[in-house]
Write a protein that binds this ligand. Structure first.
Ligand code: NDP
Length: 296
């Protein structure tokens, strides 16, 4: 195996330490405790795990965590009323509504009801527009974590060829905007892309955000490229016992690692960085709300 393994778990721990240090300063010097409100609607098991982890890590960093669990049958109007209440609450600096929402709700309407200054997920249309025009915004956590790892690995990204596989609003598109902001030459690939292997082979940076287990094989990767695997896919693992499963990314890890210069593992790569960036965004939102210097 040739590639350097990018340890997202360790990197995320460092980011959380920086967040905790900033939180301590906000408390000591200004008497302010950043607060993050997370809203969960329904019983989706994966979402429940994410929300629990977010709440735990928020408290571990010294911040206040406000968890709101609503029944799946709650009306959109009731959810919007809660969002309004959180918008008006000065103890809440960040608001996250866990997606996906139940089918009877309009996710766009709910997300766009969040005060953009408290939109720590960066999904509000104002933040999307600010990011797209290169202005100061709240940056979506998963792409932000990917960018931090890329910068740490490569230093300047200027002039590099980057391919983002996937064009979702939460990962692919903001990732492409961030890479463009770093002066990469960016290609966004998706399910209709012609000759995806050839497109990927040109790339110095590959970000895979597809949701298809091990779709990208090593022979698509340019030797020495940096591979960021966003995918989280649960597949059967009969070798661990009957009915057991394991997590894999969108890249075939073993074969990609033989060719790449560096690669993120799944689990332990992008995933931990996402929550760390959420905590960092909450501190940023708190500093902006109080007119204080933001963390670097
Ligand atoms: P979406 O399903 O919203 O988007 C998937 C994208 O992949 C679409 O743009 C789709 O193209 C594209 N795609 C699907 N099939 C192919 C194909 N055969 N070839 C090329 N492109 C294809 O997914 P998300 O962006 O929400 O998530 C992607 C993955 O990242 C998932 O595994 C998810 O679990 C994971 N994830 C991980 C996070 C983390 O913290 N690590 C956070 C968020 C997501 P088209 O638009 O044409 O349909």
């Amino acid at each position: 195996m040739a590639a350097k393994i990018i340890d997202g778990k360790a990197f995320a721990a460092t980011v959380r330490e920086q967040v905790a240090a900033h939180v301590a300063r906000l408390k000591d010097e200004h008497g302010i405790t950043p607060g993050l409100a997370v809203v969960l609607v329904g019983e989706d098991p994966a979402s429940q795990v994410y929300v629990r982890n977010k709440g735990k890590q928020t408290v571990e960093c010294g911040m206040q965590s406000f968890e709101h669990k609503l029944d799946a049958s709650v009306s959109e109007a009731e959810l919007l009323a809660l969002v309004e209440k959180l918008n008006a609450d000065p103890a809440v600096h960040g608001i996250l509504v866990q997606l996906p929402l139940p089918d009877h709700m309009n996710s766009d309407a709910v997300i766009n009801a969040i005060d953009p200054a408290k939109d720590v997920d960066g999904f509000h249309i104002s933040n999307v527009g600010l990011l797209g025009t290169g202005q100061k915004s709240m940056v979506p956590c998963t792409p932000l974590g990917c960018l931090m790892m890329l910068r740490d690995q490569l230093g300047s990204l200027s002039g590099l060829d980057a391919v983002v596989i996937g064009r979702s609003n939460i990962v692919g598109k903001p990732m492409a905007q961030l890479l463009l902001g770093e002066s990469c030459t960016v290609t966004i690939a998706h399910s209709r892309t012609k000759d995806l292997p050839e497109v990927v082979r040109r790339a110095d940076i590959v970000v895979a955000a597809v949701g298809r287990p091990e779709m990208v094989p090593g022979d698509w990767i340019k030797p020495g490229a940096t591979v960021i695997d966003v995918g989280i896919n649960r597949i059967p693992a009969p070798e661990k016992g009957e009915g057991k499963t394991r997590l894999v990314g969108d890249c075939a890890y073993e074969s990609c690692a033989e060719v790449a210069g560096a690669i993120t593992p799944v689990p332990g790569g992008v995933g931990p960085m996402t929550i760390a960036c959420l905590l960092a965004n909450t501190v940023t939102a708190c500093c902006r709300a109080n007119g204080l210097a933001e963390p670097e």
